[in-house]
Each structure stands twice: as C-alpha cells, then as structure tokens.
Write a protein that binds this ligand. Structure first.
Ligand SMILES: *[C@@H]1O[C@H](CO)[C@@H](O)[C@H](O)[C@H]1NC(C)=O
Length: 195
C-alpha cells in the first residue's frame, strides 16, 4: 500500500512538473492531388477525392499546374452575347483539392449578358478588367467588356436559373410553372421549347 502511495505521489509530481503541452493539427498527408479521370496512373495513391482520382505524385508534371489562354477573348457570337472561359480542376488538374479556380467572361457590346446563375460550391469575387458598363455579371454597355472572377472552389459548379427552370430533364410540369411564375400555360410551354 505504501509503495502504491509513493507511486501516486511521484506520478502526481511528474504530472505537475510538466506544464508544457504541444498540440497541432496533423500535417496534411498530401500537398496536392493532381486529378485523373480514372484510376490509370493513380499508382498506390488511387484515392478518390472530390470525384477525381489522384495521380501518383511522382508522375506529376509542370503541365498539370498550367493553363494558357486567359488572354484570349471568348467568342461572344451566341444567343446571350457572352462567353465564359473557365479555369478549374478540369483545365488545371493540379487544382484538385486546392479549393480555388478562375473564370474569364467576355461580354458582347450592346446587351451581352451572362445569364443569372449561382455557384453551388463556391463563393465568387469579380474584377472588371474592361468596362462597357457592367452590373455584376450583367453588361448593358455599348462596348465589349471583360471580367475576371476568382472562386473559392476547384470546381464551383454553375446553375443557370433559366435553364434549370425551363430546360430541366425531366421537364417541370407546365402547370407548376404556370402557377409558380404566374404565366399563361402557353407561355410556360413556349419557354420550355426555347433551350
Ligand atoms: C464565333 O462563333 C460564331 C458562331 O458559332 C462563328 O460563326 C464564328 O466563326 C466564331 N468566330 C470566331 C472568331 O471563331
């Protein structure tokens, strides 16, 4: 019993003597995870992160972290008068798991428009490089315009509201659209044919 008491006293003393504690997050296991579209070349590191396999880090090349062409104007000759050039993990596989991406949007003069949309996986900050007259993502100026956006996701996704509503597959029942948007049924049906 006496031996046990001595042990407890010594143990308590040692516990009190050590006031230093060291704790931190564990270091990250991987600095990067170059995205592959399948398990080929994934080697031992065939993890499946954010929907993409990781390339064996030993096989990563500088090109996996490179994209060129953001200086090129997008072709805005289309129905909405704008062209989005995305640079996300699909264009730069090295962005996979790193939580960042970029977009260039060109707007045609006279009403070029990037249709109302949301990014389900990212927050966006937009810089207007060349001004026609841009309201955030909406150009009503007389000259062409360019905006660059940085997004807090390797692949922020995009939901274009008009397409999601009138071009869904399977389609939304026109009766529902009629009530929800206070439209005549034939107008709802017409809109559903326009995409
Ligand atoms: C831009 O797109 C339009 C419509 O697809 C096409 O006719 C035109 O040739 C394109 N212009 C350039 C410079 O690629």
């Amino acid at each position: 019993m006496k031996g046990v008491n001595h042990f407890l006293v010594v143990f308590a003393f040692l516990a009190l003597a050590s006031t230093l504690a060291s704790a931190s997050d564990p270091s990250s296991l991987m600095d990067f995870c170059v995205a592959l579209n399948g398990p080929k070349n994934a080697g031992m590191h065939s993890y499946f992160v954010n929907g993409k396999f990781c390339k064996d880090p030993k096989l990563a090349t500088a090109d996996d972290f490179f994209f060129s062409g953001l200086d090129k104007a997008g072709n805005t000759s289309n129905a909405v008068g704008s062209k989005v050039t995305p640079v996300n993990a699909d264009q730069i596989p090295g962005l996979n798991t790193l939580g960042i991406s970029l977009v260039r949007t060109d707007y045609a003069p006279y009403g070029g428009l990037n249709p109302p949309h949301s990014h389900p996986r990212g927050t966006e900050i937009l810089v207007v490089i060349k001004v026609g007259l841009i309201h955030f993502q909406l150009n009503i100026g007389k000259t062409d315009a360019i905006a660059f956006a940085g997004l807090s996701s390797q692949n922020p996704g995009v939901i274009i509201i008009a397409n999601a509503v009138f071009d869904s597959n399977p389609p939304i029942n026109p009766g529902v659209l009629t009530k929800a948007f206070k439209l005549e049924k034939k107008v709802a049906e017409y809109l559903q044919t326009q995409f």
